[in-house]
Design a protein around this ligand. Structure first.
Ligand code: HAM
Length: 421
């Protein structure tokens, strides 16, 4: 019979990898805590409407990539393609702003996008997502970017390239949009079908398109930075100044519009050449209109998400660093010895000593082979004869030395040696 495999684009994170994931998540939690961010856990399933209203109807994510289904015939639900919308929904639903409009929130978990799977692109992937709500100050933008870069440095990621841009606000974006529409008018035949269709709804999306002919057209298009109103211009200048204080290197990329509609003012992305085509490790930006668009008060926000699969694939931290081998392996031969081994093994575990034993009852030699394979630090050998003589052999597997110990007070003796080493 054929085995059932995982769904395409969905992948297992194996025990050999999970320790690295845990370590990286731990560092993230530390860095986030230093900046005052608190964890929020939001559902994986949301009403489809939430993503349509926040990410935008004419984005790739909403048009093509969401896992959406009609739940029992009466409500459309979607597996979250990102977390910002859910966090803002929760912020509103629980009226967090009433107590304090400033909220620093983070969440770590899986997201779902039905993209074409390839290296660094999965249909279920994980993000570390941070959102700072309630602050318009450009220092908030810099703080969030600084936090992101600090974290990436802590997990030893090198060759990072930070790109920033400003997408303007509701004041200045319409003029840019008009200029862009005028520029694209008459060039429709050079655009792909998607861009042609979106032209009237959202011409900005052409910047995001990966089709060569669209890239060629957009190369000469007007740039948003030339259209910024004085407020947005000043904000952007101050973000750059604040980044300068921390000597964070960046490049202004006026073509970076990001694939989600909720952004306004600052946007940013961190890319690396180690990732191939899917080169973005993290992306984010300011979304000053989103809280209001989702039915709340006029509260600004800024945040980012880091793609964990991509981050982990380029982090030089070795999986071996986290190998957990037993401190003690018990090899036991015969019924009496096996019984004693079973109780000693489980009692030592409760005292915090990583202990393993073999249930096979195979020869001592083969049990010791297993101790070796597991890289156990010590081995306790309970042979039939030893048990009769009320003693056991205790081997230091690293040094290759062995001593005889008494069975009375066995656990204490072992604990002293193992914890003392
Ligand atoms: P995003 O740029 O769509 O932004 O995703 C952020 C990161 O998630 C990407 O840079 C990438 O590392 C990772 N990622 C995205 N799609 C995939 C995929 N199919 N497979 C593997 N990794 C992927 C957002 O999601 C925004 N919510 C970020 C944000 C937060 N903006 C403001 N606050």
């Amino acid at each position: 019979m054929e085995i059932i495999t995982a769904v395409r684009g969905f992948k297992d994170i194996l025990p050999t990898e999970t320790a690295k994931w845990q370590y990286i998540e731990k560092i993230a939690r530390e860095v986030l805590a230093n900046f005052g961010f608190r964890e929020i856990r939001v559902p994986i399933l949301e009403k489809t409407e939430l993503f349509k209203r926040s990410i935008g109807e004419s984005t790739d994510i909403v048009e093509k990539e969401m896992y959406t289904f009609l739940d029992r015939g009466d409500e459309y639900l979607t597996l979250r393609p990102e977390a910002t919308a859910s966090i803002v929904r929760a912020y509103l639903e629980h009226a967090m702003y009433a107590q304090d409009p400033v909220a620093r929130l983070f969440t770590i978990g899986p997201m779902f996008r039905r993209e074409r799977p390839q290296r660094g692109r999965y249909r279920q992937f994980h993000q570390i997502n941070a959102e700072l709500l309630g602050l318009t100050d450009p220092r908030a933008d810099a703080e969030v970017i600084l936090m992101l870069m600090q974290f990436l440095m802590r997990v030893e990621i090198s060759d990072l390239h930070l790109m920033i841009n400003s997408l303007g606000c509701i004041e200045c974006r319409p003029a840019f949009r008009k200029a862009l529409s005028d520029f694209l008018a008459g060039k429709e035949e050079h655009l792909c079908k998607d861009c042609q269709r979106r032209l009237s709804m959202n011409p900005l999306r052409v910047f995001d398109c990966k089709t060569i002919s669209c890239i060629e057209v957009i190369d000469h298009a007007p740039q948003i930075l030339h259209f910024l109103c004085p407020g947005c211009m000043d904000h952007f200048t101050r973000v750059k100044e604040a980044l300068g204080i921390f000597a964070i290197a960046f490049e202004v990329n006026p073509k970076m519009v990001r694939g989600l509609d909720y952004y306004a003012k600052t946007t940013f992305e961190v890319v690396t050449e180690h990732l191939g085509a899917q080169n973005a490790v993290a992306g984010g930006g300011r979304y000053d209109g989103l809280v209001k668009d989702l039915g709340g008060p006029d509260i600004p926000g800024i945040g980012f998400a880091i793609g964990l699969e991509r981050l982990i694939s380029i982090s030089p931290i070795m999986d071996e660093r986290f190998l957990i081998s037993p401190q003690l392996f018990i090899a036991a031969l015969g019924d009496k010895a096996q019984k004693l081994a079973f109780s000693v093994c489980n009692r030592l575990r409760t005292t915090g000593i990583k202990t393993e034993m073999d249930y096979s009852g195979k020869s001592l030699k083969s049990q010791m082979k297993r101790a070796d394979k597991l890289s156990a630090r010590y081995a306790l050998i309970l042979g039939e004869r030893e048990i009769l003589e009320n003693k056991a052999e205790f081997r230091d597997m690293q040094k290759g030395t062995q001593e005889t110990i008494g069975l009375d007070d066995l656990e204490n003796t072992i604990t002293k040696i193992v914890k003392g080493s």
